[in-house]
Ligand binder design. Structure first.
Ligand code: F6P
Length: 545
């Protein structure tokens, strides 16, 4: 454990010494031997909601796992999970309940019936709009069909829907194309507008607060583009929808109440793709597909809620996170999906994990003497194999990896490629564990015709240490349901880690300072006078030419 002075110690529930001893031993153990240990793999295989987690290839022996599970029991984390489902004010710094699970619940808790009715009503309104656009009942201002939908939003109002829409590409309807614009850099919207036509484009402005600079700026630019493209002001409403918990702000943007769907304070931005913020998902795959996504997530919710600690997939992932971060000083974690359409999954998970658990005080506001969320990163396989996998195999960083793999292919024409993709994913996980010894390296060089002398010199560079930890998460196919379950799995992992670290996973005050400084600097870019630090002043000066 890394301890900072006068800071709150790790909430170990009496298990610090035992866990520290276990970690000191496992750090130098052989993953291959751990995984071959009697009964170990069985303890590390969990199936739920279409997914199987195999966590047997980690620097975590059966003994240590038992100790971690005992620590989890003592922490009460599983008792606390009920707070996610019964609407307690978990986000105490903002005095808000955390109820994103209600968005995918079929039968709500009695106390939540009223909120659930609002969710149902919103889903019905969402469905009506989706139907009207898909059938051509709702048209652009000239009476022609809507062919392009542009989601304007950022953070949770972009990353989730963008990732899901891309992930479900094979399920897309052919009558509309869905696009995403997040960045305040005009290049982002311009790239989309170049290929769109005002008469057939519908913008969905997504912002929980409707006070986000990027989103308001882009929405204004979109409005101007429509006006410049011949849409009369009185018909602009045919081209704008909005989702927000700030209905007045939507009205101020000129978007009529009928075109606005609500979201609620009890849904955090990074947990909001299940709400009307996921409207663009429903436009892309239809309402039935959106409901399948919710159902898949609900299935994982049920697993999380009912499974005991040892068989609880989200909790097991979280315990591993605590293990590596707090007992092995790992500061990074990679997620590598072997699926082209999961290209945005790492970015989505970055916000989920790092905005939730990137905190340095506990829920009481006391500074922490232990590490919290690691840097989460990743990219799709096989692409990463030809760039950063070098570091994973031979670098000096301890980086536990989640490999996300699929065993089947829906399209016969893709079967061969999917087999190759899967073979790559399986072999990367295996190579990371086994590595290649000096003797094997030397022998392979000799077999390739190198002289004995050259083989001796080159062999150390070919040695791959191995013993690098990873999980595999395997499903047969990427469908709306398995995707929903995967995302709920990571949501619940994030929740468990936050509770074990005793932090508030549901606020994000860290993003505010930079935002407020941005307004002052923006003013200084056009008006001389205000002074900042020398490095900032220098760039401001240069921008003035
Ligand atoms: O700046 C961070 C943040 O508040 C995220 O938490 C949120 O997902 C994003 O901005 C967008 O916020 P909004 O949906 O209110 O525009």
């Amino acid at each position: 454990m890394t301890a900072h002075s006068r800071a709150t110690p790790f909430p170990d529930h009496g298990f610090l010494d035992a866990l520290t001893r276990c970690a000191a031993r496992d750090r130098y153990a052989s993953i291959n031997e751990i995984s071959a240990h009697d009964g170990h793999r069985e303890r590390c295989l969990i199936s739920a909601a279409g997914w199987t987690l195999d966590s047997s290839r980690n620097l975590l022996s059966s003994d240590s796992l038992e100790t971690l599970l005992a620590y989890a029991e003592a922490s009460g984390v599983l008792e606390e999970r009920e707070a996610l489902f019964d609407g307690r004010s978990l986000n105490h710094t903002e005095n808000r309940a955390v109820l994103h699970t209600l968005l995918r619940t079929v039968v709500p808790e009695p106390a939540l019936v009223e909120d659930h009715q609002h969710v149902d009503q919103t889903l019905s309104r969402m469905a009506q709009w989706v139907e009207r656009v898909h059938t051509g009942d709702h048209t652009g201002h000239t009476g022609g069909r809507i062919t392009d939908i542009i989601n304007i939003g950022i953070g949770g109002s972009d990353l989730g829907p963008r990732m899901v829409v891309e992930a479900l590409t094979p399920f897309h309807r052919t009558d509309v194309r869905v696009h995403f614009c997040a960045n305040i850099d005009p290049a982002d919207l311009d790239r989309l507008l170049r290929a769109a036509s005002p008469a057939s484009t519908l913008f969905v402005v997504c912002s929980k607060t409707l006070s986000t600079e990027e989103t308001l700026f882009n929405a204004q630019r979109a409005r101007q583009w429509l006006l410049d493209g011949g849409v009369p002001e009185r018909k602009l409403q045919q081209h704008f929808l909005a989702v927000s918990s700030n209905l007045e702000a939507a009205a101020a943007l000129g978007i009529p109440a009928d075109n606005v769907l609500p979201m609620w304070d009890w849904v955090g931005g990074r947990f909001s793709l299940w709400s009307a913020i996921g409207w663009s998902i429903a436009f892309a795959v239809g309402m039935a597909g959106f409901r399948e996504l919710l159902a898949g997530a609900a299935e994982m919710d049920g697993h999380f809620r009912r499974a005991p600690a040892a068989e609880n997939m989200p909790l097991r992932l979280s315990l591993q996170e605590i293990w590596y971060v707090n007992f092995m000083q790992a500061q990074v974690q990679a997620v590598i999906p072997y699926h082209q359409h999961l290209m945005h999954l790492p970015a989505f998970l970055q916000q989920l994990s790092m905005e939730s658990n990137g905190k340095c005080v506990n829920h009481l506001g006391d500074p922490l003497g232990y590490a919290t969320a690691p840097v989460l990163w990743g990219d799709i396989g096989t692409n990463g194999q030809h760039s950063f996998h070098q570091l994973l195999h031979q670098g000096t960083v301890l980086c536990p990896i989640d490999f996300v793999l699929f065993t089947a292919s829906d399209q016969p024409a893709q079967a061969e490629g999917k087999r190759r993709l899967l073979a790559n994913g399986i072999s990367q996980a295996r190579a990371l564990m086994l590595g290649r010894s000096y003797a094997e390296s030397r022998q392979s060089l000799r077999a390739r015709g190198f002289s004995a002398e050259d083989s001796d010199a080159l062999a150390p560079h070919l040695v791959i240490p191995g013993n690098r930890p990873c999980n595999t998460l395997v499903a047969d196919r990427l469908t709306p349901a398995t995707l929903g379950a995967l995302l709920a799995l990571y949501e619940h992992k994030t929740f468990c880690s936050g509770r074990l670290w005793q932090i508030n996973s549901f606020d994000q005050y860290g993003v505010e300072l930079g935002k407020s400084m941005g307004a002052e600097i923006y003013a200084a870019l056009s008006e001389e006078g205000q002074e900042f630090d020398p490095a900032s002043n220098d760039v401001i000066e240069r921008s003035r030419g």
